[in-house]
Design a protein around this ligand. Structure first.
Ligand code: MF3
Ligand code: CO
Ligand code: CO
Length: 273
C-alpha cells in the first residue's frame, strides 16, 4: 500500500493511490456532472434506426459545446468519443453506421475531461421495445453497481466492493467479467487502484478518504469469458449471450462515498421516461 497527496503527485501512473482534497472533489463534481448530462442528452436519441455513429457525434458536439474534451478520442488510438456496446458486446464497442434495431440494448460509455479532471460513466439503453431478458440483466447490473458503491467507506477494501458485486450477481445466476476492471481516475483517465468486480472481504487495497475511482461491473447472462475482435477493441462474450454494464465515478468521503456521475435528470437506469 502506497498513498500520495494528489497535490504532490506526478501525472503518471506510478502505482501510488492518490489522495485528493476539496479542490479535487470540486473538479470531479464538474467533470462527472458533464459526463452524466451527456448520457442524459443521449437518452431520447436511442431509438430504432439511430446509428451509434450518430450518438457518438452528438456526444462529441455536446462535450465540445460545453468547453470540455472527450477523453476517449485519441486514447491509445481510439477514434471516437463514446463506446457503444450492443447486446453481446461487453465493452469498447466502436460506433458505426449500422442502425440500432427494436429490442437491442446498448451501453454508452463516455468520459469528459473538464479542467483536467475525468468524469467516466456508462449506462444501458434499451432500443424501442425492451427485451425481457435484457431488462432483467440491466436491473441486476445496476443493482450490483449500487451494492458495490454501498461498500465504499474509509477502512473498507477494494475486495469488499468486488465481493458485494459478485455475491449478488452470482446469486442471480449471472457471471462477472474478470478481464476488465474499474480504475482510479482524476487528472489521469486510468490510474491506481484497480477495482475488481469480484473478490473477498478484506482483500485488496484499504480505502481512504480522498481516493477517486470508478466501479463499472460487466455482468453476463451466460459464461464469463470474453474475446476481443480483430479491430483490437470490441470485447464480446464468447458464448454470444447478453452482457450489461453500468459505471459511476466516485470519491471516498469520511463516511462513505460521493458519486460524481449521478444523472441530474434522474435517468439513472431504464426505463428513461
Ligand atoms: N470509458 C472506458 C472506461 O470505463 C474506457 C474506454 S477507453 C476507449 O474505462 F479508448 F475505448 F475509449
Ligand atoms: Co472507466
Ligand atoms: Co467508462
Amino acid at each position: 500500500m502506497n498513498y500520495i497527496d494528489a497535490a504532490d503527485a506526478p501525472e503518471i501512473r506510478d502505482g501510488a493511490i492518490k489522495i485528493h482534497g476539496p479542490a479535487g472533489f470540486e473538479g470531479m463534481r464538474k467533470a462527472g456532472l458533464l459526463a452524466a448530462r451527456c448520457l442524459d442528452m443521449l437518452a431520447p436519441m436511442v431509438e430504432p434506426g439511430v446509428t451509434t455513429a450518430e450518438l457518438d457525434r452528438a456526444a462529441l458536439d455536446f462535450i465540445l459545446d460545453h468547453g470540455a474534451v472527450p477523453a476517449c478520442l485519441g486514447y491509445r488510438g481510439y477514434q471516437h468519443t463514446v463506446c457503444t456496446s450492443v447486446n453481446h458486446v461487453v465493452c469498447h464497442g466502436i460506433p458505426n453506421d449500422k442502425p440500432l434495431k427494436d429490442g437491442d440494448v446498448v451501453n454508452i460509455d463516455v468520459t469528459a475531461i473538464v479542467d483536467g479532471w475525468h468524469g467516466d460513466t456508462s449506462r444501458m439503453y434499451p432500443v424501442g421495445t425492451p427485451n425481457r431478458r435484457a431488462e432483467r440483466l440491466t436491473q441486476i447490473t445496476y443493482d450490483a453497481l449500487m451494492l458495490g458503491i454501498a461498500a465504499v467507506k474509509p477502512g473498507a477494501t477494494t475486495g469488499d466492493i468486488g465481493y458485494a458485486i459478485q455475491k449478488f450477481a452470482e446469486a442471480e445466476r449471472c457471471s462477472i467479467v474478470t478481464d476488465f476492471c474499474g480504475h482510479g481516475l482524476g487528472k489521469l483517465f486510468h490510474d491506481s487502484p484497480n477495482i475488481l468486480h469480484y473478490g473477498r472481504p478484506g482483500e485488496g487495497e484499504v480505502l481512504r478518504e480522498g481516493m477517486f475511482f470508478t466501479i463499472e461491473p460487466m455482468i453476463n447472462l451466460g459464461r464469463p469469458e470474453v474475446k476481443i475482435l480483430s479491430d483490437g477493441w470490441t470485447a464480446v462474450t464468447r458464448d454470444r449471450k447478453l452482457t450489461a454494464q453500468f459505471e459511476h465515478s466516485l470519491g471516498v468521503t469520511a463516511t462513505g462515498s460521493e458519486i460524481f456521475t449521478t444523472s441530474p435528470a434522474g435517468l439513472h437506469r431504464p426505463p428513461y421516461l
